[in-house]
Design a protein around this ligand. Structure first.
Ligand code: ZN
Length: 416
């Protein structure tokens, strides 16, 4: 972690500023702390492989003890969640190699790591709609001067969509250390990972951000009222223009969905907001906007029947008026990684042409994310020469349509 992070980092429990405890074991190079112990008014927390761990769950306290005992490599194993010596060695070998991919690293994290579908995240329907809403709202409130935070952002797929919009690098907060470690290395390089508990107060100063978001996770948060209050606090800066809070893809209590969590009704979610007026959107309408190529209509007011019938809703709360309008989708977005074939496609070469076939990793995946068929074709035939230009920094003109349909994706480098 960079020393600048201390400006916005606060203890989640006493709210006090944090500082490096110089008298305890630490490793620091210039302005970067790679390992050490942070202290506030009430407790101490470890920094493990450059990531502050600001909660007191058993793995965090064990890692803190290992760090104090001058065993940073043990603390890293603990936080990554490696259980056996063999698992730890396999992970460390992959982590040490510059050539390792995101996919290989996820596999090395072992069967207990919930990573199976992350590889396909960049074209799944919940991602596609969230990315459009996130970019529309973030662009409106961040300007070129303000910072974003992705809370419960997992391995950083949506944090990646904030990299070019957030003035300082976006913060990625999540309880699962291995996920944010992966994000920093592969998915959202340059983001600032912070390991913290979504069921506790957020370890950041009031008004540190202008945009606070959480997608595909809020239904798993038990302390929902506190969480929303904290999101509002994080964007509360009376000296600046109002910011925005976004909760995307949270399940609706009134409908069934896979991995349901502990959802609320649409009005139950809206009632969590005490200081900012929220607007609730049925996700399928936003998804239809995106599939149609835009505009994304955030001026719409969905009826109660529409909201009640949708498996997931998106909430946007802000004091600004230029958010609840129609937004054009990004046309010429800067390339953030390299264009490659979507990993959901199987390749079958046939002379000068190549047949691409959509293959889902499992029936469960197809059931949960099958709406991707609205833009992903079952099959496509392309010239081998065009495909051979990938991975690349640009899409050849003959593949432009497939890029539009997300068969070709702008993926992180060394993704699979
Ligand atoms: Zn404290």
């Amino acid at each position: 972690m960079h020393l600048e992070l201390f400006e916005i980092l606060r203890c989640p429990y006493c709210g006090g500023p944090l500082e490096l405890v110089e008298s305890l074991f630490h490793r620091r190079s210039g302005d970067e702390i790679s390992d050490g112990i942070l202290g506030c008014h009430c407790c101490i927390f470890p920094v493990v492989d450059g990531i502050p761990v600001l909660h007191l769950q058993p793995n965090a306290t064990a890692a803190r003890d290992q760090m104090q005992a001058e065993h940073p490599e043990q603390a890293l194993r603990t936080m990554v969640g490696l259980e056996s010596e063999a698992e730890a060695r396999a992970f460390e070998a992959v982590a040490a190699s510059e050539a390792s991919t995101y996919r290989q690293t996820v596999e090395a994290l072992g069967p207990n790591f919930e990573g199976g579908y992350f590889l396909y995240r960049f074209s799944d329907p919940t991602y596609v709609v969230a990315e459009a809403v996130v970019r529309a709202v973030a662009r409106a409130v961040l300007g070129d001067r303000r910072r974003a935070i992705d809370i419960c952002g997992g391995s950083g797929h949506l944090t990646r969509s904030l990299l070019d919009l957030s003035s300082s690098p976006p913060v990625l907060a999540d309880l699962y250390f291995a996920k944010i470690w992966l994000a920093r290395r592969f998915t959202a390089p340059g983001c600032v990972p912070v390991c913290c508990d979504g069921n506790a107060p957020m370890p950041f100063a009031r008004g540190a951000f202008a945009f606070a978001m959480c997608t595909d996770a809020f239904m798993y948060i038990w302390t929902k009222r506190q969480f929303v209050g904290e999101m509002a606090r994080l964007i509360d800066d009376p000296s600046a223009d109002p910011g925005a809070v976004l909760i995307g893809h949270t399940h609706n209590e009134r409908t069934w969905s896979p991995s349901h969590g502990q959802p609320l009704s649409p009005e139950g979610y809206a009632a969590l907001f005490e200081t900012l007026p929220p607007r609730v959107f049925a996700e399928s309408n936003l998804f239809a906007d995106v599939v149609a190529g835009g505009p994304l209509d955030l001026s719409r007011q969905d009826s109660k029947e529409t909201l009640d019938g949708d498996p997931a809703v998106t909430l946007v709360a802000t004091g600004r008026h230029d958010v609840f309008v129609r937004h054009q989708l990004d046309a010429n977005r800067p390339v953030s990684g390299e264009f490659r074939l979507n990993p959901l496609y199987e390749v079958e070469a046939n002379g000068d042409s190549v047949r691409l076939r959509l293959r889902f990793p499992s029936e469960d995946y197809e059931e949960e994310y099958g709406a991707c068929r609205q833009y992903l074709p079952d099959e496509a035939v392309v010239h081998r020469a065009a495909l051979d230009t990938l991975p690349g920094g640009a899409v050849p003109a003959v593949l432009a349509d497939l890029a539009k349909r997300r068969v070709i994706l702008d993926l992180p480098k060394r993704y699979y």
